[in-house]
Design a binder for this molecule. Structure first.
Ligand SMILES: Cc1ncc(COP(=O)(O)O)c(C=O)c1O
Length: 369
């Protein structure tokens, strides 16, 4: 069953890719200004101003810096314990005290911890993220009473929706909420890129992207396509955790202007998002009993397996569990995560389990270098 489905999906991915190919070429004739206009319409962010950024991590770093410049020195920046370590790295730009708050098995913030800190007037900024479909407390933030309270307490919220751009429609308008999105291979096939949504216009000093680096983006695009559709990728078996050092282009925190190809891929990706969402639902219907139902699991690009042993039956890519922020060899949650992006979720050919020294993390780290 898994293999049949894999075949059907890879055929549809190739079809989508062929359709996109002509669109990608055609959109190169548009100016960046026009592409930005198109992107804003597709994002449908009424009430918010969209500021494009070179990546989700750059957007996060800039917004943390912006919010913390207005924060009283006695207040702190609150970050979740379990999240991609680039979030913690993005926060290293500021001098503010950072406090790690705990999250539960469904990656939901432990509310009692946050409430206590708020009562003590310690909270200046909270980063709330949707991880593997967790809620980012969006249900709470949609209550007017809660938003009024946050404004009264002068708390700034950074909503990190980098894993699932489809959650944008749930974001309420508030001058105390800034939203981060990413165009990087999670909600649709992309090539880094992202942005900030905020009620006010934001301006950051951005460098022009040198020609060599622009060409590198095209090179990465071609290389990824080749890898995704023609090469065999081994499954991960070793015991290591997801940890990015953010040292190689385009995964650094360099504040570059978003390039044309990144705009174009974001436009093509968002246009096709409903196709990917439908594919996600098909998988969920197949594996319903085997997954942990987080708040937004139906649109999440990754699913947490309830039983790790089940992973052996799947022909799916695994995602390594996140490492602790300052401890790449350990994790807060030893959980088993599979891909469910609605595109590129399966190994393209039958794979044999590789030896631990060929682990997925090692392969991706060589690719990234
Ligand atoms: C929760 C979260 N926030 C931020 C980021 C950074 O996004 P980007 O890869 O676009 O820099 C990621 C992904 O790496 C992520 O998973």
């Amino acid at each position: 069953m898994g293999r049949l489905q894999s075949f059907a999906i890879s055929k549809s991915v190739i079809k989508i890719f062929m359709l996109s190919f002509f669109q990608i070429i055609g959109l190169h004739f548009f100016s960046k200004k026009l592409l930005l206009k198109k992107l804003k319409i597709l994002l449908n962010t009424e009430g918010y101003t969209f500021t494009p950024q070179f990546s989700g991590r750059v957007a996060l770093q800039n917004l943390i810096q912006y919010f913390s410049s207005e924060m009283e020195s006695s207040r702190c920046l609150y970050l979740p314990d379990y999240i991609c370590n680039v979030v913690f790295k993005a926060s290293e730009i500021v001098d503010a005290n950072r406090i790690i708050y705990p999250t539960d098995v469904r990656c939901e913030p432990v509310l009692s911890f946050l409430k206590r800190a708020i009562r003590k007037k310690k909270v200046g900024i909270i980063v709330l993220a949707s991880i593997f479909g967790s809620s980012a407390l969006l249900k709470l933030l949609n209550r007017e009473k809660v938003r009024k309270f946050i404004e009264k307490e002068n708390i700034k919220i950074i909503l990190d929706l980098c894993q699932d751009i489809s959650l944008l429609k749930h974001v309420p308008i508030s001058k105390n909420i800034g939203v981060i999105i990413s165009f990087n291979n999670k909600s649709f096939p992309g090539l880094m890129g992202g942005g900030i949504l905020y009620h006010d216009k934001l301006k950051f000093h951005e460098k022009s992207l040198p020609v060599g680096k622009k060409l590198k983006l095209y090179y990465i695009l071609l290389r990824d396509i080749k890898l995704k559709y023609f090469l065999r990728r081994p499954a991960f078996v070793g015991k290591s955790y997801d940890y990015s050092r953010c040292v190689h282009f385009p995964y650094t925190f360099d504040n570059y202007k978003l390039s044309k190809i990144q705009f174009i891929l974001a436009i093509c990706g968002i246009k096709k998002i409903n196709i990917y969402l439908r594919n996600k639902i098909d998988t969920i219907n197949l594996y319903k009993k085997e997954i942990i139902k987080t708040f937004f699991y139906e649109t999440s690009p990754y699913l947490i397996l309830a039983n790790p042993r089940f992973r052996k039956e799947l022909n799916r890519k695994y995602k390594l569990s996140y490492a602790k922020h300052n401890d790449p060899k350990n994790t807060y949650k030893d959980i088993t995560i599979i891909h469910n992006k609605g595109f590129d979720d399966f190994y393209s050919k039958n794979f044999s389990e590789p030896s631990p020294e060929n682990s997925y993390s090692q392969i991706t780290s060589t690719l990234k270098s």
